[in-house]
Design a protein around this ligand. Structure first.
Ligand SMILES: Cc1cc2nc3c(=O)[nH]c(=O)nc-3n(C[C@H](O)[C@H](O)[C@H](O)COP(=O)(O)OP(=O)(O)OC[C@H]3O[C@@H](n4cnc5c(N)ncnc54)[C@H](O)[C@@H]3O)c2cc1C
Length: 379
């Protein structure tokens, strides 16, 4: 076991930290208030190589490991989780899925441009009646010979309004259940594809979350990812890696809130001394730091397993479950340490607390992570 980061990993972390401080911090409160999608910031993240970090350089990616990805996600999420969710979806769900399971033509056509951030991707699994139970897909992809006819509605889709490429999960053979599902690449602008309303959310308000409607959309057969009927497995395998990204996002929200609370506790005075000198505050800081360190280790362990080609499904679920739960507690304590100032936007921690809630919900709720973990224990 080696608990040291290598030079490349440290350089990636420092570059992400620097970028987040210089480019994301100014304007983050305004983007949250007005629900402004961070298009310009994401474009710059693409230029710096943050949108296709783990993709092979043959396809214009950064060729980095998952540990570097966790470090970068943590730094970006400390400042702006709306940017980091776009980064996470593009890296873990879209680029990774295409690189692992797409064919060479799909990689040349789409991955080479997604990896640079020239194109933005979205991953479309959830539906009005299929959230945690993703097997009950109502969206259909009827096989009509040389193409599929796509019909149905997806909802809660991250990057929904701003993406260029959508990976859409749909049922082709209802009689086969989840083994009859396919994953299709859909381009923005396809006839019959419309983007529905943008959700007005509690947190990650800069991220654009939309419902999507497909009405007799013709998708060429060559846009299917993997074998006929592989779509549900594709989605589950892709989400295994996605959960490492969301765990790292939760880690960043927690560590960002902690850093703000620690600094504030050394500035603010009450009863004639810094509040950091009151033991009640010290114990909060000790608990926060301990849970963040524990969370960081489990995120890195899941990332390391993935990098070494081992099975990481259980560990990624554990990382997401644990880190999203502690992010809730740490962000709430950070607000508490700020007192009344924590309750207003200027001090950032209230936003981090609102943003943290989503990490317990998307890419599988905490309850679903427990199902994944307990299944692997009891099988
Ligand atoms: C901001 C945002 C962005 C999102 N981005 C995307 C995206 O890009 N792509 C995408 O496909 N989806 C996305 N989602 C959807 C998200 O993944 C789902 O909301 C989530 O999986 C939960 O599904 P649901 O909302 O239908 O809740 P439900 O499945 O209806 O669950 C409701 C409650 O019941 C619990 N529950 C359900 N089944 C069980 C069970 N068997 N045992 C115990 N408890 C259970 C859940 O844990 C939850 O607490 C996003 C959602 C949000 C809010």
């Amino acid at each position: 076991m080696n608990f040291e980061f290598n030079e490349e990993q440290l350089a990636v972390r420092d570059a992400a930290r620097d970028f987040a401080q210089k480019e994301l911090l100014p304007g983050v409160i305004d983007r949250d208030t007005h629900q402004t999608f961070p298009a310009e910031q994401i474009r710059k993240m693409g230029e710096l190589g943050f949108m296709g970090m783990m993709v092979d350089p043959r396809y214009n990616g950064g060729g980095m490991d998952t540990i570097s990805y966790v470090l970068a996600m943590e730094e970006i999420s400390k400042i702006d989780a709306s940017c980091s969710v776009a980064m996470s979806v593009n890296n873990s769900l879209v680029c990774w899925g295409l690189e692992k399971y797409g064919n060479e033509e799909q990689k040349q056509k789409y991955l080479t441009r997604l990896a640079t951030g020239e194109l933005l991707g979205a991953f479309c699994l959830s539906e009005p009646e299929a959230g945690s139970d993703a097997t009950s897909q109502q969206t259909t992809a009827e096989d009509l010979g040389d193409h599929y006819l796509l019909n149905g509605t997806k909802n809660w889709i991250t990057n929904g309004g701003n993406a260029d490429i959508y990976i859409v999960i749909a049922q082709t053979y209802p009689e086969k259940g989840h083994k009859g599902i396919n994953a299709l690449i859909v381009e923005k602008g396809a006839a019959g594809f419309t983007i529905g309303k943008k959700e007005d959310k509690m947190g990650i308000r800069g991220s654009d979350t939309h419902s999507l409607m497909f009405n007799d959309v013709k998708i060429p057969k060559e846009n299917r990812i993997g074998e006929d009927g592989f779509g549900f497995s594709f989605a589950m395998k892709t989400l295994d890696g996605g959960r490492i990204g969301i765990a790292a996002q939760a880690l960043g929200l927690a560590s960002g809130a902690f850093e703000l609370a620690l600094a504030y506790s050394k500035e603010r005075k009450a009863f004639g001394k810094q509040i950091a000198q009151h033991q009640a505050i010290q114990f909060k800081l000790a608990d926060m730091a301990t849970s963040i360190e524990t969370a960081r280790l489990i995120c890195l362990k899941a990332a390391d397993l993935k990098d070494r080609g081992k099975n990481y499904s259980t560990e990624s679920a554990m990382a997401k479950l644990y880190t999203s739960e502690i992010a809730q507690k740490v962000c709430s304590e950070a607000v508490q340490i700020h007192g009344g100032y924590g309750y207003v936007k200027e001090y950032h921690v209230e936003r981090l607390m609102r943003d943290a809630k989503i990490t317990q919900i998307y890419e599988g709720t905490s309850e679903i992570q427990k199902i994944v973990i307990s299944r692997s224990l009891t099988k």
